[in-house]
Design a protein around this ligand. Structure first.
Ligand code: ADP
Ligand code: MG
Ligand code: MG
Length: 883
């Protein structure tokens, strides 16, 4: 087996399409090398080695060592220096790289190969003693932390003490002699902590670092990240070993990161940051404030440090050429790392750039217009779930605001919440129902869970490519980074501006689009959905085959649904109207009624209200289909709760309190979700369904006659299990519909159908379809009844189930296509066999979940229906499913 893949000098064993084997970083280093871009020579140890390592009790395949030696010799030949050579040593970086990019998750060791001897060789060969010892101490620090697991605080403390001793304020104040002292301190600390001296043999160093990378695949941070992003542990990581290049050899050196386009807005401008005379992670770590690549970027961000374009125009020109080549080649926005060593440019990484939702849209649309990709590719590139971010609020421009300070607009969206200072606090308070803003000096991978729990993230240090910024954009959290005027004191729990002092729990608002940080809660507005959004949605609509409808109960819902492009109402839950205003009194009278006469009297009060609702809904939907579900929940849900409400109701309805109490008691059920609800109510109290059907058809007649609009009601009967149920109730609907049409002297086109939400109904779909003209899969109840799992109670253990891999996903969020899905397929087949033109849709929560939507397409449903705010997500997901 080939376990090691080399790259460098215009060739490579691997390529970009080998990400599974080489990891993202390794595959793209190989690709860039083949393209002839300046990539330092190196090799990739495959992900298969990682898998083999864990499968065999942390032992490596036998052939690995020989292959590694050969690959190392290739690097030596290309660079012209030898690993471990005391006079002029080859140094390497050891970098992890999994299939999916896991920013900051795995640890990198730079400058490997240095020891007490080679460091002198490096000093002579480079002619820069200070650089050599600075590199050595960095190596010991990283190796000590990552490989030997000596806490990094120890090293920082030693360095700080030395600086204090000498009266230095910055690292750059230290000279070669200082670094030698610091190195002695580091080495002593390592002996103290591990009982062993710092390893001097470069080969031992290399193997230890490789093992540490493989070991980090199973560290807590990585496991958490994988859990949050559904990445299987079996993928493994690759290890990249690469010749070092140095951005810290003087002022003609630099290191930086760049995006080929602006990752926040998607604008076609080169976007990036760099530091002169710096190494590796200095830019991302936010230790020094980075400089901009372009003059434009510098001006836009009000920076007074010179841009790379000004400082090293020639190298900048080369970098810009690389940028254009990479975009053409990858046909996507790239996120690159580069280093300039004494005026020469080196490329160290490229990958598809993470971008905000608005940027993803703009880039997809622009790339089509630039002729780089097709509309279908554009559609497939935008993550439907990310559209959610576009529906995020922005600050109301007219609302008063007290701006405390301004940081970098690192991830868009406005968010208000209570101040918390630690990731753990964020998680705890969010779980308790608070919205929180996580405020940190800077963030690290240890904070991921808190960033996830927070509504927004505020840091006082770091640039647009700092950890906080990159992760927040990926998660869709609002983020203001590098608000340098703020002071955070973790110990006392205080956030200080020049004028104010805020404490944990105080409200603040951040605007990740402008970078503003404001005191208190500032009101927000919903965004406009036009421009690129409209264009992409238009393409999606032309490609998708399924209709997208909305679950909308009220006129307001219907308006939102239409604004978002819904093509009908897939589920209108009539009972939601029962709670509005004064109506509940009449509804309770209806429920409490002792006999049919009393009940009809109460129903007569409700009829005009329901009719008015339907008139408005039909008017708004303007000829689009509207599926109305007749009363579904158990009646006791509408009852007064507690003595006070009971008494209030008794008074309002003129009923004696003890009668009210006893009738309410009778309606109690042990297992109401499986009790007297749905069509069972229609069978017991036909007058309720009669009233609802009358309201629907009188409304339809009104809208078609008076407003001259077409109306297409679809009457849906819930919770059918047995054919006879729908037979009885369909007769009822047809009879009342006919009565209304006769009285109004008009014809109304309508359908009668059912929700398929019980396993029995799915299995007996054939005979049910003799009556039902449409099926709407009520996958919430169908999931509950198939799993025998209560949605309201499952929360307490479903988490554990997911964690232990017993189930892959919460079946209430993503349709269980194996079990529940099989019932959907069976019902679809049997229903269609009985009634070839039967209309099929889904109206559970799943109708707005992209992976469930793929399943619906596969089964051949006619439409999906979801909450109004998810309609754009469903439109895009349906288009992707049709590709
Ligand atoms: P991450 O995945 O966290 O970005 P990387 O492996 O990309 O980790 O490396 C961390 C930092 O070290 C980056 O800034 C990268 O550019 C730098 N780096 C990695 N390898 C080399 C090398 N061979 N020479 C110089 N810098 C390097
Ligand atoms: Mg990197
Ligand atoms: Mg239901």
């Amino acid at each position: 087996t080939k376990w090691v893949y080399s790259f460098g000098a215009g060739t490579a064993d691997g390529s970009a399409d080998m990400k599974n084997l080489l990891g993202g970083k390794g595959a793209n280093l190989a690709e860039m090398s083949s393209l002839g871009l300046p990539v330092p020579a190196g090799f990739t140890i495959t992900t298969e080695v990682c898998t083999a390592y864990y499968d065999n009790d942390r032992r490596y395949p036998d052939e690995l060592s020989g292959q590694l030696d050969e690959a190392l010799a290739k690097i030596e030949a290309q660079v012209g220096v030898k690993f471990g050579d005391a006079k002029d040593p080859l140094l390497v970086s050891v970098r992890s790289g999994a299939r999916a990019s896991m920013p900051g998750m795995m640890d990198t060791v730079l400058n490997l190969g240095l020891n007490d001897e080679t460091v002198r060789g490096l000093a002579t060969a480079s002619g820069d003693e200070r650089f050599a010892y600075d590199s050595y101490r960095r190596f010991i620090q990283m190796f000590g932390d990552v490989v030997l697991e000596v806490d990094h605080h120890h090293f920082e403390e030693i360095l700080e003490l030395h600086k204090e001793d000498r009266g230095y304020s910055m690292d750059t104040d230290l000279n070669a002699e200082d670094w030698r002292k610091v190195i002695e301190g580091f080495k002593a600390k390592i002996v103290e902590e591990t009982g062993e001296p710092f390893p001097q043999n470069p080969k031992d160093q290399l193997w230890a670092a490789v093992s540490a990378v493989f070991g980090s695949w199973m560290n807590q941070r990585a496991i958490t990240y994988r859990r949050l992003h559904a990445i299987p542990a079996s993928w493994g990581t690759a290890v990249n070993v690469q010749a070092m290049v140095f951005g810290n050899m003087g002022d003609d050196c630099a290191t930086g990161v760049a995006f080929t386009r602006d990752p926040s807005t998607g604008e076609n401008i080169f976007y990036g940051e760099y530091l002169v005379n710096a190494q590796g992670e200095d830019v991302v770590a936010g230790i020094r404030t980075p400089q901009h690549l372009t003059i434009q970027g510098k001006v836009a961000n009000g920076s007074d440090l010179p841009a790379m374009e000004e400082v090293m125009p020639e190298v900048f020109g080369q970098l810009n050429d690389v940028r254009l080549r990479l975009e053409k080649h990858y046909r996507d926005i790239q996120d690159v790392e580069f280093t300039v060593q004494r005026g020469t440019l080196y490329m160290l990484q490229t990958r598809a750039g993470k971008r905000t939702a608005p940027a993803a849209l703009k880039i997809a649309v622009d790339f089509v217009n630039e002729g780089l990709i097709t509309k279908e590719e554009a559609i497939s590139r935008v993550d439907p779930a990310s559209l959610d971010q576009l529906l995020h609020p922005t600050l109301d421009p007219d609302a008063p605001r007290h701006v405390l300070t301004r940081g970098l607009p690192a991830s868009p969206g406005a968010a208000s919440g209570k101040i918390v200072f630690s990731a753990d606090a964020a998680e705890k308070q969010a779980a308790a129902g608070d919205t929180v803003i996580l405020c940190r000096i800077e963030t690290s991978p240890d904070d991921i869970h808190g960033m996830h729990a927070a509504k927004g993230i505020l840091t006082t240090r770091g640039g647009m490519t700092s950890h906080a910024a990159v992760v927040a954009r990926g998660m869709g959290r609002a983020c203001v980074a590098g608000a340098g005027e703020l002071r955070i004191d973790y110990k006392t729990g205080v956030l200080r501006t020049r004028t104010d002092e805020l404490r944990e729990g105080d409200l603040i608002t951040i605007d990740g689009g402008s970078g503003e940080v404001m005191k208190g809660e500032v009101p927000t507005l919903q965004p406009e959905l036009s421009g690129d959004f409209g264009i992409l949605m238009g393409w999606a609509d032309s490609i998708r085959q399924m209709e997208v409808r909305a679950n909308a109960d009220t006129p307001t819902d219907c308006r939102t649904a239409r604004d978002f492009g819904a093509e009908g109402v897939g589920l209108c839950r009539t009972e939601h109207m029962f709670f509005e205003g004064e109506r509940i009194v009449a509804v309770r009278e209806m429920i409490m009624a002792d006999n049919e006469r009393e009940r009809r009297a109460a129903l007569a009060k409700i009829l005009p209200m329901q009719r008015q609702d339907f008139i408005e809904i039909f008017e708004i939907m303007d000829g689009l289909p509207v599926t109305i579900r007749l009363l579904d929940p158990p009646l006791h849900e509408f009852l007064p709760h507690g003595e006070a409400e009971l008494a209030e109701f008794a008074e309002a309805s003129n009923m004696p309190l003890d009668i009210v109490r006893s009738r309410a008691g009778k309606l109690n059920e042990n297992n109401p979700m499986l009790g007297h609800r749905g069509c069972r109510l229609g069978i017991s109290y036909p007058e309720i369904y009669e009233m609802q059907v009358r309201a629907i058809f009188e409304a339809a007649a009104h809208v078609s006659k008076e407003l001259d609009k077409s109306v297409e009601p679809e009457v849906m009967i819930p919770l059918i299990a047995v054919k006879r149920e729908i037979e009885i109730l369909k007769e009822l609907v047809d009879r009342v519909a006919q009565e209304v049409m006769d009285a109004e002297k008009t014809e109304i086109k309508y359908l009668v159908g059912t929700m398929i939400e019980l396993p029995r109904a799915a299995l007996r779909a054939s005979e049910i379809a003799e009556e039902a003209e449409f099926f709407s899969f009520g996958t919430n109840d169908l999931t509950q009844t198939t799993y025998g799992l209560s949605r309201d109670d499952a929360g307490s253990f479903l988490g554990t189930y997911e964690h232990r891999g017993i189930i892959e996903q919460d079946p209430f969020i993503s349709l269980d296509d194996e079990g529940v899905g099989e019932l959907v397929s069976i019902a679809t087949e049997r229903g269609q066999a009985q009634r070839p033109d039967i209309k099929l849709g889904i109206c559970g929560e799943h109708g707005g979940d992209p992976s469930s939507i793929h399943f619906c397409q596969k089964v051949g449903l006619d439409y999906v229906s979801c909450s109004p705010y998810r309609v754009p997500i469903a439109r895009l997901a349906a288009a992707q499913a049709a590709l």
